[in-house]
Design a protein around this ligand. Structure first.
Ligand SMILES: C[S@@+](CC[C@H](N)C(=O)[O-])C[C@H]1O[C@@H](n2cnc3c(N)ncnc32)[C@H](O)[C@@H]1O
Length: 180
C-alpha cells in the first residue's frame, strides 16, 4: 500500500517488479488530480492490473489489520491534519502490516523556512511540525518489537520562490524502515 501515493512515482516501479508474481498495490491520495494522473500512468506503464487508486484522505481511510506486506508513506505524513492524526497513521501502519512485512516512511522533521533576503524565519503553512528526536521516539515506541532496518536523518535545504518571495527551506528528512 502506498499512502499519499501522488501520481505513482513509487508504486509503479514496485508494481513492475511484483505484479507478475501476484502482487497488488493500493494507492491512496486525497487529491483528485493525483489519482487521475495515477490512472493515466498505470495505463501508460502497463501496470493497471496490479494497482488500485483510491481517492481518500489518510484521515478517513480505514485499513484492515494484518493485510499488507509493505506500506510506504513517502513525504506525506506531515501534510496530515494534525500531529495526533499523523501519529495515529503511524500506529495504523504498524497494525495493518503482516508478520514479516515492512513499513517505509520518509518524514519531514525539523522543518524551518526563512525569507532568503532578510533571513527572517517564516511561519509554516499547514504543516505538522515535529522534531527529528520527537518523531524518532514515537516511532521507536510504536515499532518496539520490530526490527528497525533504518532510522536516519537526511538534512536537506533548498531555495524556491513562493508568491514572489524567495524562501529557504530547511528540513531533516527522517528515513524509517522496519520489519515486523
Ligand atoms: C509530496 S507528495 C509525495 C507523493 C509521493 N508519495 C511521492 O513520493 O512521489 C504528497 C502527496 O500526499 C498527498 N496527501 C497529502 N496529505 C494527504 C492526506 N491527508 N491524505 C491523503 N493524501 C495526502 C498529496 O495529495 C500528494 O500527492
Amino acid at each position: 500500500m502506498d499512502l499519499g501515493s501522488g501520481v505513482g512515482r513509487n508504486a509503479i516501479p514496485i508494481a513492475q517488479m511484483i505484479g507478475k508474481s501476484g502482487g497488488e498495490i493500493i494507492c491512496v491520495d486525497y487529491l483528485d488530480v493525483a489519482i487521475d494522473k495515477l490512472h493515466e500512468y498505470i495505463e501508460l506503464y502497463n501496470v493497471s492490473k496490479y494497482i488500485t487508486g483510491i481517492f481518500s484522505s489518510l484521515e478517513d481511510f480505514v485499513i484492515n489489520p494484518d493485510d499488507y506486506d509493505f506500506i510506504i508513506a513517502h513525504s506525506v505524513l506531515t501534510h496530515m491534519e494534525n500531529k495526533e492524526k499523523m501519529i495515529q497513521t503511524m500506529k495504523d501502519m504498524a497494525k495493518v502490516t503482516k508478520k514479516n512485512g515492512f513499513v517505509y516512511m520518509y518524514v519531514i522533521t525539523n522543518h524551518r523556512e526563512f525569507d532568503r533576503k532578510t533571513g527572517k524565519e517564516q511561519k509554516l503553512e499547514d504543516e505538522v511540525e515535529i522534531g527529528f528526536d520527537e518523531a524518532c521516539s514515537f516511532l521507536k515506541n510504536i515499532y518496539s518489537g520490530w526490527t528497525i532496518l533504518a532510522l536516519k536523518k537526511h538534512p536537506y535545504e533548498e531555495t524556491f520562490n513562493r508568491r514572489g518571495k524567495e524562501i529557504r527551506w530547511n528540513v531533516d528528512y527522517l528515513l524509517f524502515i522496519a520489519k515486523k
